[in-house]
Each structure stands twice: as structure tokens, then as C-alpha cells.
Design a protein around this ligand. Structure first.
Ligand code: LLP
Length: 410
């Protein structure tokens, strides 16, 4: 494994020093990597009016959002809280896409009042939206394209049986509802899933929208969602975004010609932008022999990084403290009272109690899916930017855990 893929430092700053200063467990993000990812996507779609709407849910720290704004992207939000975070980060409402799934109408109303674009994901919602706003508030429709794609079934969301979007088979009913209530549809959206390797899937999704678009005369944008796969280990294939860029851009240009107007193309990447920027640094609390396996128990677990437990996701782990040590096979496990295996049967440089281990690809769906399970505290977050280390979220303290509890007299 190369040093580059298992770095001991970020922008020249040793991870060990960062861990000593802020303690473990600790989320560390490489800001340059985030900026580079945004740039590479912009380059892959060069020549067409591209708008990147970063999927906030992947990593929603406000300082990260500010950095993403500076890099030239907008945001996709899936809750009113994410809309608010985006606005706190300085995004104007016009830079925010709100893609809720089955929320109550109060939340839709709140988002409309804030002035963000609403992505309508059911026919009843189109009706309710139309009844309330008629053609006064432009909106987008989320289409379910009936495409099965994604790293695993839990993150495949564009297939026939998925709860997301409105089935493309229901296009006549969509059109009836839009017409009946005179709703002004300015965007069409698909998001097929996460960890999608094949460029063809993105083209397929786009084509479903291009076909449907002829029924919507007021379109301003086509939103092809997110889902680009990143590498989780050395040699792991990742989506060839240049190929996606070429294929989708070319089809998009043809589509715009036939539509008769230049539209914007929107994308909503989450993982692609932040996954590789993130490192979760943990400390080995115990090295423990069992008959068939040697466990390394660390000061973290599914409460801080849920992906291995939830999706059997693979995250590379390396020993920061003893990189030259003799390789042994270990299972790295968390301190939660569940079988929270972070990495099973992995070859790691000899681990001793107190060693710092680094868990890679922790930028996307790491902190944002963290919890207080086992009444554990969530870690701090640190951003390395222009060679400087910034604390962007304090480590939780016990008071955070109990601050909303109302302790009654008994
Ligand atoms: N747009 C919409 C409407 C989405 O629902 C999502 C992700 C994205 C964009 C961004 O997808 P990405 O580019 O990050 O793959 N927690 C899972 C991933 C769930 C994704 C949910 N929606 C994981 O850790 O793999």
C-alpha cells in the first residue's frame, strides 16, 4: 500500500500531531481534497452550464459547507434543517435544492417561505403544492426512473420498489396533476443510488428525464442526482467521471437542441466530494487474543462510523503510530456493546495498546450518521486548510448528552 494512500500527514501536518492536540477519536478533513474534487467534476462537465448541488447529508458541518460554496458549488438539502445549515453557510436560497422524502406540508411551506427550490416527490404533494401555490412558485419533480443501481440494496433508490420519487410509469398522472393545478415545473430530477460505478447508469437516468422533458415546456434545469462511486481501498474501481461527463454532456447538448433552449445540468454528489477527504483517527485501547482472531479494540465504534455495520462497508484502516511494524492479521472492533466490527481480518502493522489507527474514507456519511448510542459522546471535527488546522466542531461533553433531558422528581 502506498504512502500516498495511507498518509501520515495532511498538507505537511502530521496526523499524529493533530491527534495529540485535539485528542481521539477525531474526524480530520483535508480541505484541499474537497476543493480538488469539486474542481475535477467541474472539469469533467466543461462546456455545459453545470451546477453542482453538494449533497449536504454526506457531511454537514457549516465550515465544510462554506468551503464547498467557495469552491463554486451549491447544496442539495433533504431536511429543513439542512436548508438552514446551507443558509448559515452563506448559500443564497437560489443555490439550494430541497429534496425531501415524504415530509409534512408544513416543512414544504417553510422551505418555500425561505425561497429554495422544492423537489416534489409524490403526486399527492404535487396536488397539495399546486392547490396552495398554483403557478406562483416554481418547482421540480423527482422521477423514479426504474433503474436498479447502487453499491447495495440499501443505497439503491431508483428502482421500481423504491420509496423515492414518482414512478416514470405514472407520467400521465403527473401531467394531469400539474395541469389541473397549473404548477410551474422548471426542473426534473433523478437520483438512482449511491456507489454507482457504471457511467451508463447516469446516462440512462438522464435519458429518462430527457424523454419526459418534452411534456414540460418551462424547464430551466435537469438534475441527474449524485451517486458517483469512490475507491474504498487501493485498486478499488471508482466512477470514471470523465466518461460520465462526456456521455451525459453530449446527450444533454443534443437534448437542449431538441428542447429548443439551453438548460442547466445539475448534479448532487455527496461521497464524491467529501469521502476521501475524511480520516477518523482512533486509539487502540486493547489488543486482545481470542482463539481464532486478534482483536484491536479502539475508542470508537458504530456510534461514530456506522457504515461498516449498516452496509458491511469496507474502510481501509492503518496504523499511524507504528507504520513499519511487522504485519499481523487483526479485527478492529469498536467499544460499543454490539458486535461493531470496523475492519475484519485485516493486515495491519503490529498494533500495540495506545497506537493511533486511521480509518479512511470517513468524510462522507461518517460524522453525519454518528449518534450517542451507548451514551457515548461524538468526536470533534478538524479541517486542514491551506496548511492550517481548524477545529470546526468541539468534542461533545457529558452536558451535551443530557441537555434536553427533563429529569422529573420521583
Ligand atoms: N441526491 C439525493 C437525492 C440523495 O438521496 C443522495 C444520497 C445524494 C444526492 C448523494 O449521493 P452520493 O453522491 O453521496 O452517493 N449513507 C449511505 C449513502 C446514502 C445516500 C443517500 N442519498 C452510505 O454511507 O453509503
Amino acid at each position: 500500500m502506498s504512502d500516498r494512500s495511507r498518509p501520515a500527514s495532511i498538507q505537511g501536518i502530521p496526523l499524529e500531531n493533530i491527534a495529540r492536540e485535539f485528542g481521539t477519536p477525531l474526524y480530520v478533513y483535508d480541505g484541499q481534497k474537497i476543493v480538488d474534487q469539486v474542481k475535477s467534476l467541474q472539469e469533467a462537465f466543461d462546456g455545459i452550464p453545470l451546477k453542482i448541488k453538494y449533497a449536504t447529508k454526506a457531511l454537514s458541518n457549516i465550515s465544510i459547507l462554506k468551503l464547498i460554496k467557495k469552491a463554486g458549488a451549491g447544496v442539495d438539502a433533504v431536511s429543513i434543517e439542512e436548508v438552514r445549515l446551507g443558509m448559515m453557510a452563506g448559500f443564497s436560497p437560489s443555490e439550494i435544492m430541497y429534496t425531501p422524502s415524504g415530509v409534512g406540508f408544513d416543512e414544504i411551506r417553510e422551505a418555500v417561505n425561505l425561497g429554495v427550490m422544492i423537489n416534489l416527490d409524490s403526486i399527492p404533494l404535487i396536488r397539495q403544492f399546486g392547490e396552495k401555490y398554483g403557478d406562483t412558485v416554481p418547482a421540480c419533480i423527482r422521477i423514479n426512473p426504474h433503474i436498479m443501481a447502487g453499491g447495495n440494496i440499501k443505497i439503491s433508490v431508483g428502482h421500481k420498489a423504491s420509496k423515492f420519487g414518482i414512478s416514470i410509469e405514472l407520467l400521465p398522472e403527473i401531467l394531469d396533476a400539474v395541469k389541473e393545478y397549473n404548477v410551474r415545473i422548471v426542473g426534473l430530477h433523478v437520483h438512482t443510488g449511491s456507489d454507482i460505478l457504471d457511467a451508463e447508469v447516469f446516462l440512462k437516468g438522464a435519458n429518462v428525464l430527457f424523454d419526459a422533458a418534452k411534456n414540460f415546456p418551462d424547464l430551466r434545469f435537469i438534475d441527474c442526482g449524485g451517486g458517483f462511486k469512490v475507491a474504498y481501498k487501493e485498486g478499488d474501481p471508482e466512477t470514471d467521471i470523465k466518461e460520465v461527463g462526456e456521455k451525459v454532456s453530449s446527450a444533454f447538448k443534443d437534448f437542449c437542441k431538441s428542447y429548443g433552449r439551453e438548460l442547466e445540468l445539475w448534479l448532487e454528489p455527496g461521497k464524491f466530494i467529501v469521502s476521501e477527504s475524511g480520516f477518523l483517527i482512533v486509539q487502540s485501547n486493547v489488543v486482545k487474543e481470542a482463539p481464532t482472531v486478534t482483536f484491536v479494540g479502539v475508542d470508537s465504534g458504530l456510534n461514530h462510523l456506522l457504515r461498516p455495520m449498516l452496509y458491511d462497508a469496507y474502510h481501509d484502516v492503518y496504523n499511524l503510530s507504528n507504520p513499519e511494524g511487522k504485519e499481523n492479521t487483526y479485527s478492529v472492533v469498536g467499544y460499543i456493546c454490539e458486535t461493531d466490527t470496523i475492519a475484519a481480518n485485516r493486515s495491519l502493522a503490529e498494533v500495540n495498546q495506545g497506537d493511533l489507527l486511521v480509518i479512511k474514507n470517513a468524510g462522507a456519511y461518517g460524522y453525519s450518521m454518528a449518534s450517542n448510542y451507548n451514551s457515548r459522546l461524538r468526536p470533534a471535527e478538524v479541517l486542514v486548510l491551506d496548511g492550517e488546522v481548524h477545529l470546526i466542531r468541539k468534542r461533545e461533553i457529558f452536558e451535551d448528552l443530557i441537555k434536553n433531558q427533563v429529569i422529573i422528581d420521583l
